[in-house]
Design a protein. Structure first.
Length: 101
């Protein structure tokens, strides 16, 4: 731990002592100008493709994570798959518009 971290009072973030020590070290670390730029960044739905994200609806999965087949006849499964693969870009554009962005 650096000396700067030792000069600050230790804050209780969690009951786990090891995690609490790490969080205190992180909280005490000096912040560079590059690290503060995140709060001025905006990510809009139309920028997704530039970041390599898929913008068209994805293909419905045929198997689960353990290789089992996905039963699309089960209404709960179909509803969940639909929610996970739905194209939300129009919704995100409406939110951006409402925020004035």
């Amino acid at each position: 731990m650096n000396e700067m971290a030792n000069t600050r009072p230790k804050k209780q973030f969690t009951k786990n002592s090891m995690l609490n020590d790490l969080l205190n070290e992180t909280a005490a670390a000096p912040v560079s100008a590059e690290m503060t730029d995140w709060n001025t960044m905006n990510f809009k739905s139309e920028m997704a493709q530039a970041f390599g994200m898929e913008t068209s609806p994805s293909v419905v999965p045929m198997t689960g994570i353990n290789g089992e087949s996905v039963n699309m006849n089960n209404k709960k499964v179909a509803t969940t798959v639909n929610a996970m693969t739905k194209d939300y870009s129009a919704l995100m554009k409406a939110i951006d518009k409402k925020k004035g962005k």
